[in-house]
Design a protein. Structure first.
Length: 96
């Protein structure tokens, strides 16, 4: 069973104030949760392959292709941009 002092320490870390009644309640609830984890840890899962999702899915990707665009269209886009530098569209920095 989790101790009263441990519950008070957790409450202090969480920056919450607990009454004596709440401390007793959380002491029982947290102990119950930790007991359940002990039950789960007792299960032998050595033959089970780890997974990242409960549904088996295949990652689908598309082929990366270069699209040809005429120079006039590219220049029109660059000219319509609010800021440019050395023939490229200039954008604001995301990270500074």
């Amino acid at each position: 069973m989790i101790s009263k002092e441990e519950v008070q320490h957790i409450a202090k870390l969480a920056r919450i104030e607990l009454s004596e009644e709440e401390i007793q309640k959380f002491q029982e609830e947290l102990s119950s949760i930790l007991d359940y984890f002990a039950t789960l840890n007792a299960i032998d899962v050595s033959g089970i392959e780890p997974m990242t999702h409960s549904i088996v899915t295949k990652q689908t990707t598309r082929q990366d292709l270069v699209c040809k665009t005429d120079a006039a269209t590219i220049q029109k886009l660059i000219d319509s941009a609010p800021e440019t530098k050395d023939g490229f569209i200039r954008v604001k920095a995301i990270f500074s």
